[in-house]
Design a protein around this ligand. Structure first.
Ligand code: UDX
Length: 441
């Protein structure tokens, strides 16, 4: 049984800790936030993530998963330390704020008296693993016996547990045979089940993560840029995307048009990748990614434009219902959420915006107290001049458009995710609009 610590118990850390316990390890989760630690000790997860609560509860009960605030305890306990703290965008620019990463290293370093493997999972600028190796060797009493490895995480919110226990691939960046062997042993249950295991150097492992997210962002922005052309040409981007998806070289994933990507990862990773390339003197190579970011922001603006048009070219005094606040369904995360950015832009133009999200109302209210919030989908739509579908929760896809039609002021829907059944809504007497689709009716 390997003794593991997980430093940072946010989305990534809490999931990783519970999954490592599920794989049979003895795990200690560490966080500086006393509130988080006490709720995790009671097996309460501080965010909505399907399946995570049950897994945390199972292993808090089995005794394989414990939590502490003490770095000293963590250093004494762990054979392998996983770094899972956040790496947000700098307030002052597009680069990465390394405050939490460096803070954890500086805190745990002086307590590392025995050999250990320090494994980074956080998304970081390339060059970080090398820099932290030097820093830990200097800080740790065990010196060079504390090794570093990089093991990027590719989990999606809403699928975090499944993505950790059955990942598409495991990537490790290592500088020694011992580090590789330790991680191979740890992940043997997954590799034995057929998960591809890719061993690289530090820099490659670090870059795999940002390259993956930049590629995914590019796919989404490509289809959303094409949606603009479809609008101008009277074509339908949804039919176009579906036709593209049959080409196995293109594939259909991440090709859903709409108001674009948000969340705590894709937007900031895209910008950080460009910022780091700039620092390395190769900014030119990634200049196109700035366009992907701009297309993404423009998709939100185009949604506002479409909604305004449905409101007679002016939002002032108009009631606008927004279904969805989370950046994607099955999550309560509202960071850089396209739904909320659209809602806020309409409010700023004088609209009276009421938002409803099945899980994210509380987080949305904290981030945007100036918007109105409703307790259910029908309440949000009551007497509205237009309904905006901004996050594709299943609840919205399956709702009866007749029941919404009975409470709304004007039967107009703008589908920002293209996932409502257009024929069904039209049959119920609605005017249906979506980005990248011809205007009918
Ligand atoms: C992403 C990566 O998928 C994951 O591998 C990485 O570890 C972290 O970042 P996540 O942020 O959880 O995960 O969300 P994801 O499911 O990738 O969706 C990102 C955004 O793209 C959402 O706002 C989603 O609505 C949007 N999206 C996704 C589209 O607009 N169109 C698509 O076709 C797919």
């Amino acid at each position: 049984m390997t003794r593991i610590t997980v430093l940072g118990t946010g989305y990534l850390g809490a999931t990783h800790a519970a999954c490592m316990a599920e794989l049979g390890n003895d795990v200690l989760g560490v966080d500086s936030d006393p509130g988080k630690i006490s709720s995790l000790r009671r097996a309460e997860t501080p965010f909505f993530e399907p399946g995570l609560h049950d897994l945390v509860a199972k292993h808090v009960a089995s005794g394989r998963l414990r939590f502490t605030q003490s770095m000293e305890e963590a250093a004494a306990f762990g054979d392998i330390h996983f770094l899972c703290v956040g790496t947000p965008q700098l307030e002052s620019g597009h680069g990465t704020d390394m405050r939490f990463v460096d803070g954890v290293v500086d805190e745990i370093g002086p307590y590392l008296h025995r050999p250990a493997l320090f494994v980074g999972k956080s998304t970081v600028p390339v060059g970080t693993a090398e820099r932290l190796t030097e820093r830990l060797t200097r800080l740790a009493p065990a010196g060079a016996a504390v090794e570093v490895a990089w093991n990027p995480e590719f989990l999606r919110e809403g699928h975090a547990v499944a993505d950790t226990l059955r990942p598409d691939r495991i990537v490790i960046g290592v500088a020694s045979e011992t580090a590789e062997q330790k991680l191979r042993a740890l992940y043997a249950p997954l590799a034995d089940a057929g998960v591809p295991f890719v061993v690289t150097d530090f820099a490659t492992a670090e870059l795999v993560k940002v390259a993956a997210n930049a590629f995914l962002s590019t796919k989404i922005s490509f289809i959303n840029a094409t949606a603009e052309v479809c609008e101008a040409a009277g074509a339908d981007v949804y039919q176009l995307a579906s036709a593209l998806s049959y080409d196995p070289r293109i594939g259909g994933n991440f090709l859903s048009p709409g108001i674009g990507f948000g969340g705590g990862c894709l937007p900031k990773d895209l910008r950080a990748f460009v910022a780091r390339a700039d620092e390395l003197g190769v900014g030119q190579a990634l200049r196109f990614l700035k366009d992907m970011d701009a297309i993404n922001n423009r998709s939100r603006k185009r949604m506002v434009d479409l909604a305004r048009r449905e409101c007679g070219d002016d939002f002032s005094g108009k009631r606008v219902a927004v279904w969805g606040a989370a950046f994607k369904p099955d999550s309560d995360d509202v960071r850089d959420s396209p739904a909320l950015s659209v809602a806020e832009a309409i409010r700023a133009e004088g609209g009276r915006v009421t938002v409803y999200d099945p899980q994210a109302n509380d987080n949305a209210r904290k981030a945007h107290p100036e918007l109105y919030y409703a307790d259910d989908a029908l309440d949000a739509a009551a007497e509205a001049d237009v309904l905006l579908h901004a996050t594709e929760w299943n609840e919205f896809r399956t709702i009866d458009p007749h029941s919404v039609g009975a409470v709304i002021g004007s039967r107009r829907v703008v589908d920002g995710r293209g996932s409502l059944d257009e024929d069904r809504w039209r049959a119920a007497g609605w005017t249906y609009r979506a980005l990248g689709k011809p205007r009918i009716g």
